[in-house]
Design a protein around this ligand. Sequence first.
Ligand code: C2E
Ligand code: MG
Ligand code: MG
Ligand code: MG
Length: 288
Amino acid sequence: AAKAAGKRQWRRFLPELRDNMTERHDLRARLDRAIADEEFSLLYQPVVDMTAGQVVGFEALARWPHTRRGMIPPLQFIALAEETGQITPLGAWVLRNAAADIARLQSRTPRPVPPYVSVNVSARQWRDSNFLNEVRTSLDTAGLRPDSLQLELTESVLMRPDAHIDALLRTLKDLGVRIAVDDFGTGFSSLRYLREFPIDVLKIDKTFIDDIPEDPRQVALVEGIVHLADTLGLQVIAEGIEEQSQRELLAGIGCRFGQGYLFAPPMNLEESEIVLRRTESETGEQGT
Ligand code: C2E
Ligand code: MG
Ligand code: MG
Ligand code: MG
């Protein structure tokens, strides 16, 4: 009886499973074509200096305006691309285009300190032997200064001592490229890597920001991260700031940089330029 029941269950789930597999197979094939045809676009979310009220940089966020099913969220297609290895050509496309876009933005909106672009780089790309070449080529082709590029990695990349990653990060640092740890606090790595690897920036994950200022334990955690970063000489960016009360608390504990819907959502390049010009005129010609 148990066997029969099991079989019935299996029958019930099989079509669903098969659909799922066809769908993934289908999505993978479409992703291949989308990469070849460069069907992606990039949005940019401002990173704000909360003390000066100025935009200091933009995070590039990939979008796939897939026609039949509408917009596929990056969490879906990036995860698939990581699994299949398609992230290598896709990531190269992102890097090239983000560098070119920001170089154009900089030339159209000259400032004493030009805004940087921050690019998400997945674990697989960090292990790819051609990655450093892609960074160099993207900078050269765009005519972008290396210190206008920030590369984001997640803690998983730094989980264990790794000679390749260490050498790569040092080469990038020597070039002038900045390295940020994304989603900081959500990984399982030890904090030792902050001492061992040449990291410049910690991006505190949104999940830590969500419950401030109400939850005193979360406040204590964020405060601890900010102090740790200060001590180690790292910059801190708080991710996913949606409320004024969060901004005020962060300012109070000395967190200088932030990103979130409170300031601006991810926007196309034209909108980014408008926001950049607006914050420029609001703060006068500070620094010039
Ligand atoms: P992430 O790098 O941590 O990016 C931040 C995400 O939070 C973005 O989601 C952004 O739109 C969203 N966000 C920003 N401010 C707020 C806010 O105030 N509230 C809320 N609820 N959300 C906010 P998005 O664009 O959907 O990207 C999701 C993730 O996909 C990114 O997380 C990143 O891990 C990955 N991703 C996106 N583009 C790329 C890419 O070009 N390459 C790689 N490897 N990963 C990418
Ligand atoms: Mg990111
Ligand atoms: Mg993040
Ligand atoms: Mg993330």
